[in-house]
Design a protein around this ligand. Sequence first.
Ligand code: NAP
Length: 288
Amino acid sequence: MFEQLGLIGCGLMGGSFALAMKRAGLVKRVVGYSKSPSTTERARQMGVIDVEAPSALLAVSGADIVLLAVPVSATEATFKAIRHLVTPSMLVMDVGSTKRDVVDAARRVLRENVGSFVPAHPIAGKEVSGVEHADADLYLGKQVILTPIERTQVGHLKRAQDAWEALGCNVLQMAPEAHDAAFAAVSHLPHLIAFALMHGIVNQGSGKEFLALAGPGFRDFTRIAASDPKMWRDVLIANRHELIEQAKIFQRSLHNMLQFAEDSGGEKLEAMIEQASQARAGWRMGKK
Ligand code: NAP
C-alpha cells in the first residue's frame, strides 16, 4: 500500500505503528528520526526502522506516508522542520492525544499543504514509554479517532482510514473540538485525578503505611497514575480549557457527595452512588 514511511518520534506509539505496518505488509521501508540519536539507533537495532535519518526533514524525504509520534508540544516545531518536503501526494498523520492544538499548528505551518494532514488519535497506549516497549499488537482491536478539517483531502482521509483498519483498528471521525471535549472528560481529567490522588497520599505523614495496605480497587483506580510525566504535562496543558470545564463538573459532584456524607444524608449519597454504579455497570468500551 505504501512504499516508505517517514517516522518522526521512534517511541512507544511511533515504533508500534512502524512494527504493525511492516508486519501487515503495508509499507516496504521505514526511515526514522528521533530527537536523541541513541533512540533512533536503538529503533534500527530493534528492527522498528530500517534506516536512521539525521533530521526530521530527511526522514520525510522520499516518503509517501509520514507519522509524527512526538509529544504534542513538539508538533508545531516538527511541522516547521518538515514543511519544505510535504507534498500534496504525501499522507501525513500524527498520534497526539489532543487534536485542536495539533490542527491549529498544522494550519499555521503547512498552509497550502494542510490537506495532506490527517490528524489521528489511537485510543491505545501503555503506562510505559520508549521504543523498548514498542509492540506490533498495540493497535489491534483499538479505536482510532480521525479529526479531519474542511481542507483535509478526501483521498488522504480514505487512505488513513484504510491503513488504520488494516492494522485491526475501528476508525471513527469527529471534529477536533468535539474530540478534545470528550477526551477531557474520559481521559485527561481521570489522569489528573489519579495523579492528584497519588500525590496527596505520598505527601502525608502516614502515606507509605497507607499505600502498603492498599488492595485491588486502589491498584485499578491508580493504574494510570504511573503514566509518563512529560507526556501528560503536555496533554493537560494543551487541553487545559476543556479540562477545567470537566474539572468544574467533577468538583460539583465531589462537593455534593462530601456534603451528603458530612450531613449523614444517606439517601442522597446512595442515589448518587447508585447512578454512578449503574452507569459504570452498563458501560462497555467503545460502545455508545
Ligand atoms: P515516547 O515513547 O516518549 O516517544 C516519543 C518519541 O518522540 C521519543 O522517541 C522522543 O525521542 C521523540 N521526540 C521528542 N521530541 C521530539 C522532537 N522534537 N523531534 C523528534 N522526535 C522527538 O512517547 P509516546 O507514548 O510514543 O507518545 C507519542 C505521542 O503519542 C504523544 O503525542 C502522545 O500524546 C501520543 N499518545 C500516547 C499514548 C500513550 O499511551 N503513550 C496514547 C495515545 C496517544 P527521544 O527518545 O530522543 O526523547
